[in-house]
Design a protein around this ligand. Sequence first.
Ligand SMILES: Nc1ncnc2c1ncn2[C@@H]1O[C@H](COP(=O)(O)OP(=O)(O)OP(=O)(O)O)[C@@H](O)[C@H]1O
Length: 270
Amino acid sequence: MSTHPDLVVSARGLSVVLGGRPILRRVDLDVRRGEFVALMGANGSGKSTLVRALTGLRPVAAGEVRLFDTPLDRFHERQRLGFVPQRPGAGGGVPASVWEVVSSGRLTRRRWLRPFGSADRTAIRAALDVVGLADRVGDSVSTLSGGQQQRVLIARALAGEPELLFLDEPTAGVDLPNQVALADALGILKSRGATIVLVAHELGPLAPLIDRAVVMRDGRVAYDGPALDDHAVHGPLFGDSHTHHHHATDTGAPHAPRVAAPLDTAEEGS
Ligand SMILES: Nc1ncnc2c1ncn2[C@@H]1O[C@H](COP(=O)(O)OP(=O)(O)OP(=O)(O)O)[C@@H](O)[C@H]1O
C-alpha cells in the first residue's frame, strides 16, 4: 500500500519494551521529505530508543514503522539511510584511519567484492571536505579530538549519500567551532534535499536548520511542533513533574504543535 509517498518516516502506535520495561509508549511520528526534525527531551525519555527503533536496531513491541512508505520489515534499501551513533565507542580504540572509517560509509553502495570506483572516491572526498577533515585522511581516528571524531562519523554517513539521516546527539561534548562545522555540513546535506532526524539536548548553531521539534517525555511524544529555543526546551517540558503546559490544540492542523494527551489515557498493556 503506497499511500504517503512524501512520508519518509512514519511511526504509528510505536511501542518498544526493553528488559521488560516499556520504553516507548505508542509513539506517533511523521517526518516528511526534506524535513529537519530535532528530537529532544530529558535523559532517559526514549530519544535514542526511538531513533534505533526507527532504523530497525530495536525490536518493535507494538505499532508500525514505515520508511519511505515501506514497512520496516520489508525495507531493504539500507543505502538510503545514514545513522550517526552517539560518540562513546565511536573511535573506540580501533586504530582505523579517517579514510578507512569514512570509506566504510560507502560499503552499502558498493557492489559485493568490487573495489571502490571513482564515484565512491568522489563521494568519500566530498564528505571529508564537508566536515573539514580532507587533510587528515591518514590520521588514526583515535588521535583526533572528540569533536573531530564526531565529524568523522558524520562524514562516514555523508559518504553513503543518504536520503534519510539519523544522528544521535552529535553535538554532545563537542566544542563550539566543531558544532558550527557540523551545522555547516548538515546545512549542505539539507540543501541537497535530505531528510534529517537529530537527537539533541541543545540546538546551538543547529537551531536555524531545524524545521520542527519533537520532545519526548517518559517514552511518549510530549510536544510536536515548531522548533523551540533552547530556553523553552529546558523549561516545563523537560521537567519530571507530570503537569502539562503548552496549550493543547485539537485542530489537528498540520503545523499546529501537538501536545501529548494526559499520561493516563494511553497506557499500554504489558
Ligand atoms: N538495552 C536496554 N535495556 C533496558 N533498558 C534500556 C535499554 N536501553 C535503554 N534503556 C532504558 O530506556 C530508557 C530510555 O533510554 P534512551 O537511551 O532511549 O533515552 P534517551 O532519551 O536517548 O536518553 P539520553 O539522553 O540519556 O541518551 C532509559 O530508562 C534506559 O535506561
